[in-house]
Design a protein around this ligand. Structure first.
Ligand code: DGJ
Length: 739
């Protein structure tokens, strides 16, 4: 072994010392306000030095001595990307078993490179090499200047004598030194997605993860907020916010070490996921997106929203069409007349897109329930004898667009597809396949399955050129992982192969059909992450459409993900899932804080309800540019006692805002919420108009000063009192700057 390695090492050290001579010792990557600072120490290690506000004197960091390689006791002793084997004694970012069986990796800094990037973005690469083996780990960093957001990922490649085995490969490592650490993360389940959980981190390791492969965020979302020193508030405190752009198994690990320092790792879940890598075969980890706020979590949300709208979402700043989705209004029980009736009703309300949900396909095995038909993507001729084009034309004749539900990753045992291609199903040889919601999972890691799904979607869209919207659902997760597409010694690559295969199909659809609106859905909000969102316009936040539950679900969701991407539909009362009874106005006001839609049969509404709905939809059209382009500020949280929830959207130029306030419990007479508004220009005068008033509007409404003007200063410092207090009452105000 020695004779092979020594010449390589000599060249490598010569090159690195040459390069080091040319490089400044302090290595920083910056956005408009933030800096991520590393330094190269005497042992050639790339050390993490700072993440937070930009430093005026960052060169000072070069002076500070980093501890010796063998010293693990010192403060701030963090490699930028710690690999296992040298002095690292904590969970490493990278663990490799080399081709020769060696367990040790020692990354030393070789080079800093700048790669081309879009305007407003810098792309820096720190090339790290193992001191002995021909293995390279490139640490990539994108800095999004105006949004103050970073993306980090790693690419590993090697030219060792045979395959290496990667035991863990995290995308990002962020250490912190504070007195205390408060972690917020978002656990959930079907119908209670993105439930905020906050806790103080104690010595030891706290792991947030998913091992479900698909529908991962039903377990926990791959995102977090980390408050330093004190618990997070909207406007105070140092907060780091992060999210892994990945729709498969992930791990966020928070280790408080014996010195009270915190080591945060974000990346792929190493759980049964060893990756074999042949010489010359690179592996690229998903992107870890993160930001920092010196002023509370509100700013973290706004930074992530801005970043997502510009770089992660399709058409992120474009106001969205109002949708009526057929699911809760018809479920599987419909024929052509049911649907044309829904289209008529929706058109009269001002809805712009009609989406036909589950149940439209399958002939040999009709999809009349969740028991059969998945995989057989032909229109059911009994239900829809004139086909989908007839419905699309009909919608068009009513001035509406037409959309369709699909669930391409799945197959019912009772389907022609399962009969034809049993080898495409995720399975473990010789074992009985477990069905969930009566369905099996297709192996998207298999190129043949990718091609089948792509062809199916392509054919659907070619044969039905008026389809303007696709809802992509996924109603089970992985069990009995196994793939016929990979050799026996690579079965543990199943998890990443699946997600990459799925993304390759998404990418083809986006490239060929950029004008089609895409919604990601997985039994509700089971796939809400920046990885999938990069190919979509929006996500279905939850199958729970109860407005009260939605206040909590959407609050958690919008801490990380932007409101414009949050599909929020008004459904009937009592609610199908919860049985909760809420007024139509409350349901509309809640749904209007996201991408408004309806999830009902319009003819089930009486005349007064239809009139209210028509007016509310017209109002939403007025304020939706704020949702697309504005900033979100939260005042009252559903997690705080008091029974109020309030938030607002403010235009970037601060000339307009929409304020939403909800009463979630019965308050004593005279107890009303005071809304000290945020994000306004104190010097401007704003006219306050109440929107969405119940028709016929009578009395003072929810604001005694309706139609009057106030300075931004008054609205911020004194505030606006909303005259609501009964359970499930709500109000919406429009603020317009006046000359
Ligand atoms: C789960 C989704 O979340 C629902 O909106 C609906 O599309 C059903 N699947 C249909 O089966």
């Amino acid at each position: 072994m020695k004779s092979n390695v020594l010449p390589w090492l000599a060249v490598f050290l010569a090159v690195t010392s040459l390069l080091r001579g040319a490089e400044p010792t302090v290595q920083s990557v910056t956005t408009r306000d933030l800096a991520l600072v590393y330094s190269v120490d005497a042992a050639h290690r790339l050390m993490f030095r700072h993440f937070g506000p930009k430093l005026a004197h960052e060169a000072e960091l070069a002076r500070a001595k980093t501890p010796a390689v063998s010293d693990v006791r010192s403060m701030r002793h963090w490699e930028a990307y710690p690999a296992y084997g040298r002095a690292e004694v904590y969970s490493p970012a990278l663990q490799v078993t080399h081709a020769d069986g060696s367990l040790v990796t020692e990354l030393v800094f070789a080079q800093r490179k700048t790669l081309p990037a879009p305007e407003g973005v810098t792309h820096t690469v720190f090339v790290l090499r193992d001191a002995v083996q021909p293995l390279t780990a490139e640490l990539h960093l994108e800095a999004y200047a105006q949004e103050n957001v970073f993306a980090q990922w790693v690419e590993v490649s090697h030219s060792e004598k045979g395959p290496i085995a990667i035991g863990s490969i995290f995308s990002g490592f962020l250490p912190s030194a504070a007195r205390k650490y408060f972690l917020s993360h978002f656990h959930g389940a079907w119908s209670s997605e993105m439930t905020l959980s906050e806790e103080e981190l104690k010595p030891g390791v706290k792991i947030i993860e998913s091992q479900r492969g698909v529908r991962i965020t039903q377990q926990d979302n791959p995102s977090f907020l980390l408050a330093l020193d004190q618990p997070a508030t909207e406007e105070t405190g140092e907060i780091i916010g992060g999210a892994l752009a990945w729709s498969g198994n992930f791990r966020l690990s928070f280790q408080v070490d014996e010195w009270g320092q915190l080591r945060t790792l974000a990346g792929l879940n190493p759980f049964v996921s060893e990756l074999k890598l042949a010489p010359g075969e690179p592996f690229v980890s998903p992107k870890f997106i993160f930001t920092y706020s010196p002023a509370g979590r509100g700013l973290v949300s706004r930074r992530l929203h801005d970043w997502a709208r510009r770089y992660a979402l399709a058409d992120g700043f474009t106001p969205r069409s109002i949708v009526l989705n057929s699911w809760e209004g018809a479920y599987f029980k419909f024929d052509e007349a049911t649907l044309t009736g829904m289209i008529d009703g929706a058109a009269q309300l001002g809805v712009e897109t009609f989406v036909l949900d589950d149940g439209w396909f399958g002939n040999k095995h009709p999809r009349d329930s969740a028991e059969a038909g998945l995989g057989d993507w032909q229109t059911n001729i009994k239900k829809l004898p004139r086909g989908l084009n007839y419905l699309a034309d009909y919608a068009e004749s009513k001035g509406m667009k037409f959309g369709l539900w699909i669930e391409p990753e799945m197959v019912n045992p009772r389907s022609e597809l399962a009969e034809r291609h049993p080898e495409w199903i995720v399975q473990s040889p010789g074992r009985e396949k477990i069905a969930m919601r009566n369905q099996w999972l297709l192996d998207l890691g298999n190129p043949a399955v990718q091609e089948f799904v792509w062809q199916m979607v392509d054919r659907l869209l070619t044969e039905h050129p008026k389809i303007a919207y696709l809802k992509w659902d996924a109603n089970r997760h992985v069990s009995q992982p196994g793939t016929t597409a990979l050799p026996a010694d690579r079965q543990s690559s199943f998890w990443t192969a699946y997600v990459r295969g799925l993304y390759s199909v998404y990418a083809k659809i986006r490239a060929k059909y950029p004008q089609i609106i895409l919604q990601v859905c997985a039994s509700g909000g089971g796939r809400v992450d920046f990885g999938a969102l990069a190919y979509h316009h929006e996500f279905w936040a939850s199958d729970n459409t109860d407005a009260l539950s939605r206040l909590t679900i959407q609050y958690g969701t919008n801490l990380i993900y932007p409101p414009i991407a949050t599909a929020a539909h008004v459904s009937t009362s009592p609610n199908h899932q919860t049985g909760n009874v809420t007024p139509l106005k409350f349901r509309f006001d809640v749904a209007m804080t996201g991408r408004l839609g309806l999830e009902l049969q319009p003819k089930d509404m009486d005349a007064a309800e239809q009139e209210f709905a028509r007016a509310a939809i017209a109002t939403y059209k007025r304020i939706r540019p704020l949702l697309a382009q504005g900033d979100l500020y939260r005042m009252h949280s559903p997690y705080e006692p008091g029974g109020w929830v309030s938030q607002m959207l403010v235009a970037k130029d601060r000339t307009q805002a929409a304020v939403f306030v909800f009463s979630t419990q019965a308050h004593r007479r005279g107890v009303v919420p005071t809304l000290r508004l945020r994000g306004l220009d104190p010097a401007k005068r704003y006219k306050v108009t109440e929107l969405n008033r119940l028709a016929p509007a009578k009395g003072a409404g929810a604001f005694w000063g309706n139609g009057q003007t106030f300075t931004g200063e008054y609205l911020t410092e004194i505030g606006l009192e909303a005259n609501i207090g009964k359970i499930y009452t709500s109000a919406v105000f429009l603020l317009e700057a006046v000359p």
